[in-house]
Design a protein around this ligand. Structure first.
Ligand SMILES: Cc1cc2nc3c(=O)[nH]c(=O)nc-3n(C[C@H](O)[C@H](O)[C@H](O)COP(=O)(O)O)c2cc1C
Length: 378
């Protein structure tokens, strides 16, 4: 299974509109507030522009600080059902936390979204990183075995979607009886599965379970290494997943304006308390491969969490690659990112509704001329 979402050389996934703050830990007053009507307006914009999919974040706890980023968030399965009814072609991912959502629930819910959208659903499986998100549910997150548990969860989910007769499951983490689901999703053998991870352990999980690995992009060299390693690992399981990376855009008519705006919201207005909390919580559940520095990505992540690696723009997350400049500059950078072998990246802005129209108007036609995207059919 490869090359989801059509033939564009470089695909986009709109990321994080269901949460206040989106993906930007900034105190800037014009930051994203996750107002429902604004969210719908953005969903329609990207749908018309041919953006391949939308990816929400499953969140149960804010980051604190002045802005309390993610303190307000819409639930992702129900949001996808609603946005699916208001859009025509964009893919709609939902995000399931393995320890909060049962495989049987996920199978039924994804089938619901897939039928409602005539085959546009996708599932992002996340194994969790912030213990504070699990305590409201009475669950303790175990960082050490989260991916083993995730793999067993995926195997149950996958078997359910095969659509065979009722079965029981007895494994290391789950002891379940009478598993069966009807209806099956429209997409066969199943809607695309995404796994978002940076660590070597997370990549190993994705190589077994995912059709798409979504990973961070701190530097082009490390990302190139990740793509090569990951694709080779997946091939040993007979699989050919796509790789996507995280990018955040600041695009203005001139490079000077873009740099000034990025400096304003992601340096001057960065939310230090939220960022400190984020790093603290991530460190609490660090993957084993990150502790032992297995891959270049693990070593980079460990350096970021320990503070040894400094961010030029602290008000953008460490794994979020800043693409800053004029429309021409942005396309030049996207060509370099595409050349490392990724299928696409995230569309992230401080304020999606203010910044996307200019981006779509100026960057998309340039990408078409550069062969990265094709014109959208009317
Ligand atoms: C594109 C992307 C989307 C993610 N979405 C979520 C999410 O919705 N909810 C969540 O709790 N974690 C989310 N994560 C976090 C990852 O699932 C994972 O827990 C985190 O990357 C730490 O794992 P690692 O250190 O093993 O890579 C996301 C990460 C990425 C890169």
């Amino acid at each position: 299974m490869a090359a989801f979402f059509g033939d564009n050389q470089f695909k986009f996934g709109l990321f994080g509109i269901n949460c206040a703050g989106g993906m930007t830990p900034s105190r800037a007053p014009e930051r994203w507030r996750a107002d429902w009507d604004e969210m719908v307006a953005v969903a329609k914009l990207v749908d018309d522009a041919g953006v391949e999919f939308m990816l929400p974040i499953a969140k149960w706890h804010g980051l604190g600080g002045e802005a309390d980023m993610w303190g307000r968030s819409f639930e992702t399965f129900t949001q996808a059902g609603a946005l699916g009814a208001l859009t025509k072609r964009t893919g709609l991912f939902v995000t399931a936390h393995v320890s909060l959502i049962t495989a049987a629930f996920a199978a039924k819910a994804i089938a619901t979204v897939d039928h409602a959208t005539h085959g546009r659903a996708g599932l992002n499986i996340v194994c969790g990183w912030n213990p504070d998100e699990f305590s409201p549910h009475g669950i303790t997150l175990d960082g050490g075995n989260r991916y083993e548990r995730g793999l067993e969860w995926f195997e149950i989910y996958d078997k359910l979607l095969e659509g065979g007769p009722k079965f029981d499951w007895k494994g290391r983490f789950y002891d379940l009886q009478g598993l069966v689901t009807d209806p099956l999703p429209v997409q066969r053998p199943r809607p695309p599965v995404m796994s978002a991870a940076q660590s070597g352990d997370g990549q190993a999980f994705a190589a077994r379970a995912a059709d798409i690995l979504f990973t961070s992009l701190q530097s082009l060299d490390v990302a190139r290494d990740t793509v090569t390693r990951f694709k080779a690992l997946a091939a040993t399981h007979g699989r050919k997943p796509d790789v996507y990376v995280e990018t955040q855009f600041v695009c203005k008519p001139t490079c000077k304006e873009a740099l000034e705006y990025a400096h304003y919201y992601a340096v001057e207005m960065a939310d230090p308390d939220a960022l400190a909390y984020f790093a603290r919580q991530k460190a609490r559940t660090m993957s084993i491969s990150t502790k032992t520095g297995d891959t270049a990505a693990d070593r980079q992540l460990a350096d970021t969490l320990s503070g040894a690696r400094k961010q030029p723009y602290p008000g953008m997350f460490a794994g979020m690659y800043p693409v800053i400049g004029s429309p021409d500059d942005v396309v030049e950078e996207l060509k370099k990112i595409s050349a490392i072998g990724v299928a696409g990246s995230t569309l992230v802005f401080l304020n999606y509704l203010r910044e996307l129209p200019y981006f779509i108007q100026e960057v998309f036609p340039r990408m078409e001329r550069a062969g990265l995207r094709m014109k959208v059919a009317a």
